[in-house]
Design a protein around this ligand. Structure first.
Ligand SMILES: [Zn+2]
Length: 271
C-alpha cells in the first residue's frame, strides 16, 4: 500500500512534469473507485492550469484556479506522466490529459483510490479537515504528542497510527519507530514518558525521512509506461522479521497483532 513516503515521492516525481500545464480534458474509464469520481470533473477543470501539486497526509492536491483535484492512491494506486496517446491498460482508470501531449494517468487495480474535486479550500474538505499535523513539520513535536497522549489508554502503536493525532505513520513505520525509541508497542499511550516521546518523535521523523530518501533514489521513473508501482523496500529492523535476531540484543523478534495490524518488536529492547 502506498504510504506517506511513496505519496511524497510521487508528489515530487509528478510535480515538475505537470505544474504549469494546461488541462485539455479528463478521461474517466471507470468511475467506481472508493468513492465515485465526480461526473462533472472534466467540465470543472478543462482548460485550467495546474498551479501546484502538493501533499497533505496521503492525499495529493492538484490546485487550479477553479478548485482542487484530491487524489488518494488507496491500496494499489500509482500515477505516471506519460504520452497521452499511449494505449490505456486494464486498470488505467483516469487520465488528466494536458495540451502538451502528456497525461497524468492513474492506475489502480484494487480501486480503493479516489479522485475528488472541491471548489473550496481543500483543507476544509471532510477527508482532510480532521487530519493531525504532518510528521515532518515542526508542529509535530514532543510537547504536542505528549500532551495529546495524556489519559489515553489506547496502545502507543494505535495512537501514533491515528491520522487525527499525526498523519502518515503507517503500520511498518509505527513498528520501526517504536523499536528505535525502545517503546513496547502495547504500552498505553498515556503511560509513555515525555523522555520516551522525545525519542519517538525523532524516530518517526528519521524513519520517514529515510524512506522518502530511498524512494527518491530507488523508486520509479514517473514517466515509464510499464505501470509497475515499484514502491520501495527499505531496510527494516523489526518489521517482517519474526524469529530473527534483534539487531541490538540478538533476542528473537516477536510478532503479535495490535488493532488488527501485524506488529513486530523486541521484548528485551522495547519496554
Ligand atoms: Zn532487542
Amino acid at each position: 500500500m502506498p504510504e506517506l513516503p511513496e505519496v511524497e515521492t510521487t508528489c515530487r516525481g509528478i510535480a515538475p512534469r505537470i505544474q504549469g500545464e494546461t488541462i485539455e480534458k479528463v478521461i474517466i474509464r471507470q468511475t467506481k473507485l472508493r468513492w465515485p469520481i465526480p461526473q462533472n470533473l472534466n467540465t470543472k477543470i478543462k482548460n485550467q492550469i495546474i498551479n501546484s501539486v502538493t501533499r497533505r497526509g496521503k492525499y495529493l492536491l492538484l490546485t487550479t484556479d477553479m478548485g482542487t483535484v484530491i487524489i488518494h492512491l488507496g491500496m494499489s494506486g500509482s500515477l505516471r506522466v506519460i504520452a497521452s496517446n499511449l494505449a490505456a491498460e486494464k486498470h488505467d482508470h483516469v487520465d488528466i490529459v494536458f495540451k502538451n501531449g502528456t497525461c497524468l494517468r492513474l492506475r489502480d487495480p484494487r480501486r480503493f483510490g479516489a479522485v475528488l474535486f472541491t471548489a473550496d479550500d481543500p483543507m476544509q474538505h471532510k477527508l482532510l479537515n480532521n487530519l493531525g499535523p504532518e510528521p515532518l513539520e515542526k508542529d509535530f513535536n514532543t510537547n504536542y504528542l505528549f500532551n495529546k497522549s495524556r489519559k489515553r489508554s489506547v496502545t502507543i502503536k494505535s495512537f501514533i497510527m491515528d491520522s487525527k493525532i499525526v498523519v502518515g505513520v503507517g503500520n511498518i513505520y509505527a513498528s520501526e519507530s517504536l523499536f528505535k525509541a525502545g517503546i513496547h508497542p502495547k504500552k498505553a499511550a498515556g503511560q509513555v514518558t515525555k523522555g520516551k516521546y522525545s525519542l519517538l518523535v525523532k524516530a518517526i521523523k528519521t524513519v520517514l525521512k529515510a524512506a522518502i530518501k530511498s524512494g527518491g533514489t530507488t523508486l520509479k521513473d514517473f514517466t515509464k509506461s510499464d505501470g509497475k508501482p515499484g514502491y520501495f523496500k527499505q531496510k527494516l529492523s523489526v518489521y517482517g522479521r519474526k524469529g530473527e535476531p534483534c539487531p541490538i540484543c540478538g533476542k528473537a523478534i516477536t510478532h503479535s497483532v495490535i488493532g488488527q495490524r501485524a506488529t513486530y518488536y523486541c521484548t528485551h529492547c522495547q519496554i
